[in-house]
Design a protein around this ligand. Sequence first.
Ligand code: ACO
Length: 322
Amino acid sequence: MIYTRISGTGSYLPDKVLTNQDLEKLVDTSDQWIRERTGISTRHVAAEDQTTVDLAEYASQRALEAAGRDAQDIDLIIVATTTPDRVFPSTACLLQKRLDRHGCAAFDVQAVCTGFVYALSVADKFIRTGSARCALVVGAETLTRLLDWNDRSTCVLFGDGAGAVVVEASEEPGILSTHLHADGAYENLLSVKGGISQGYDSLRDGNGYVTMKGNEVFKVAVNTLGRIVDETLEANNLEQSDIDWLIPHQANIRIIQATAKKLRMSMDHVVVTVGEHGNTSAASVPLALDVAVRDGRIQRGETLLMEAFGGGFTWGSILLKY
Ligand code: ACO
């Protein structure tokens, strides 16, 4: 049996750090409100001349190095992003050029904050069916470029960053199951209203920025993530206690705590980066994974549960042996 196994992880955060105190100067908010409602203290913001592919390139090089692989070993590149550099070519193609890798399949996946979970699930299918043997899967975002810095209900939440994994075909267990869902009926609770197909004018008057009915999104997110934890455990005949690490999407500490409670898991076994990274959308799960791999918390052979929820709505999970 062929499994998809993570052979290396990497991540990148831009140098510039925006604190809650900095945001107090921009909008009517407070450090206390942001920390109590979201758990966020700081977030990173890309430099003016940095784009999503710059972040993706750094994270990818670190993941390749950790895997002991060269870009020429890669036969599939998938980038999950909501903030591509261009309408086309895809960010994956731009990344492929940066890595000087020519000819292999490369494409983007758009599932907003669930993007990395979707992208890794797709890579898993390629590897299990023998269509690829060594894939680079990246979540990269410059989400702060989609923010209205006058809207306190969204501008305090998000940050920029990138995370990447190299995954390879292996006889040793790796990804055990993936679970993807979406419900477009919720399109209006969390969205950017404008878009190219509606004409350039559709992006004016604030319609090019993230809008969110935060408390409604919150309720659906908590319920949905609870359900997907059950679905993942049942599909693998596992108990809550079989999970060593929860690597959740980093949107809000209260959503993360609710999922940990559902798993009867101590917060000591949950990787939490939301305090320092904010919500980096598709980058948040691979960023959190890389942080906990590099600081030695996550060890080979442990069972990891990744989950995410985002605009669409989209949601998903991946259970794997690291
Ligand atoms: N500072 C101070 N007050 C604020 C701020 C702020 N930054 N933002 C909102 N408020 C106010 C509101 O105006 C409201 O005031 P009112 O009572 O006078 O009307 C009050 O705070 C409460 O607002 P709520 O929206 O009800 O606050 P809530 O406790 O729900 O927290 C939050 C808001 C943090 C956004 C939360 O709802 C949340 O995390 N939602 C889920 C986000 C999420 O998971 N998104 C999915 C992934 S993102 C993606 O896919 C792109």
